[in-house]
Design a protein around this ligand. Structure first.
Ligand code: CA
Ligand code: CA
Length: 136
C-alpha cells in the first residue's frame, strides 16, 4: 500500500487520455479474466470489484452490510456493466463502465487534493502514476 495525493482532475485526465486509459483497462481485463474466455462472468467481476476497493468508498457500501445486501449490490453493479444483458461483460462494456465509475469518483473527489491510502493494483494509483509519468 502507498499514500498518494490526488484530486478529481488527476482521475479525470487519466480517464480522458483514451489511449492510456484503454491500455490500463485492457491489462486489468486480461488479469481479471481468470478462465481466459475473453469475457468476465459474475464471479470474476465481483473479485475485480473487491480487489479494486472501489465499492466501499465510492458506491456507498457499508462495512456492516449483510451477505444478502452485498450480493444484491454486486448484482446491480454487474447489470451496470452488462449493458447488452448477455450475462457476461466484454472488454468494451468493461472499458465504458469503468470510465463512468472513474468519472463519478473524479466528481466525488472534486478540486481539493486529498490523501488516500491505496493498495497495489488500485485504479486510482494507476491514475496517479499516469500523471506523475507525464510531469516528470
Ligand atoms: Ca472469464
Ligand atoms: Ca454483455
Amino acid at each position: 500500500m502507498s499514500i498518494v495525493v490526488l484530486d478529481g482532475s488527476t482521475v479525470r485526465e487519466f480517464v480522458e487520455d483514451k489511449e492510456a486509459f484503454n491500455k490500463t483497462m485492457d491489462e486489468k481485463f486480461v488479469e481479471l479474466d481468470a478462465n481466459k474466455d475473453g469475457v468476465l462472468c459474475r464471479s470474476e467481476l465481483r473479485k475485480a470489484l473487491e480487489s479494486l476497493r472501489l465499492m466501499e468508498s465510492e458506491m456507498g457500501m457499508e462495512v456492516s452490510s449483510t451477505p444478502q445486501e452485498l450480493n444484491a449490490l454486486y448484482d446491480s453493479v454487474f447489470d451496470g456493466f452488462d449493458t447488452d444483458h448477455n450475462n457476461n461483460v466484454d472488454l468494451n462494456e468493461f472499458r465504458s463502465e469503468m470510465k463512468n465509475i472513474m468519472l463519478a469518483i473524479a466528481d466525488g473527489l472534486g478540486a481539493a487534493p486529498i490523501q488516500l491510502l491505496l493498495e497495489e493494483g488500485s485504479l486510482l494509483k494507476d491514475a496517479v502514476e499516469f500523471e506523475s509519468a507525464k510531469t516528470h
